[in-house]
Design a protein around this ligand. Sequence first.
Ligand code: ADP
Ligand code: MG
Length: 257
Amino acid sequence: MTTVKTPMVHAEGVRKHFGKVAVLQGIDLTVERGQVCCLLGPSGSGKSTFLRCINHLEKLDGGRLSVDGAPVGYRQQGNRLYELKEREIARSRRDIGMVFQRFNLFPHMTAEQNVMEAPMKVGGVARDEARADARRLLDRVGLADRADRYPAQLSGGQQQRVAIARALAMKPKLMLFDEPTSALDPELVGEVLDVMRQLASEGMTMVVVTHEIGFAREVADTAVFMDGGVVVETGTPRQVLGDPQQERTRAFLSKVL
Ligand code: ADP
Ligand code: MG
């Protein structure tokens, strides 16, 4: 018997529209366990919407999507589709960490309290254990000495690293990053990419929307170029970034490189 590994993310024909605008027009994408997938594409191509679909933040209008084999949006039984219950969605979402362009830290909480919050409130973890975990995670993102600082006392790069630690605190099996360095001053981009690079080398499965072509080249297992709500081209970074086959990919790369 052969065992077939369930991919971490599997999308088939995923569709999403806002009113009359078809934002995702049938996205096919597979991310294997332990792999890093970089999503590239011009503004408005549907990258954020697709990430939000993976994280149950948008309702799908068609197609199939699963995370580690668990359905997103609706489950199929026989020929019938059932919408997931709130409880099922909440459960699935715990396994997914998300980091946004804006850090969205709680401003009235220290770095450590930000990281402790979800495990205590959602995970039912005791305060002492949550604090010990938070310390470990802040150490991992290079901020052991900033645990007691409030967001306003931290640089943008430090805040984003706290946001990564906070997402990791729920022990996710998948991490989604939506342009995590786009709002940062250029000199702070590197420290955030370093943390992400380290996370990737430790085997975290990641889907990263980014314009950092260097990062994608170096860290991604697959690069996906999206435009107008479709996947235009997918392959290794070497293929997609180094030898793009589609004119739209070439035009985009010539602008960002
Ligand atoms: P990207 O992240 O690639 O820039 P988005 O997924 O943010 O693209 O957006 C894709 C398209 O969907 C854009 O045209 C955007 O205006 C539209 N859009 C995104 N979210 C909404 C929404 N909540 N309501 C209406 N239109 C939306
Ligand atoms: Mg976006």
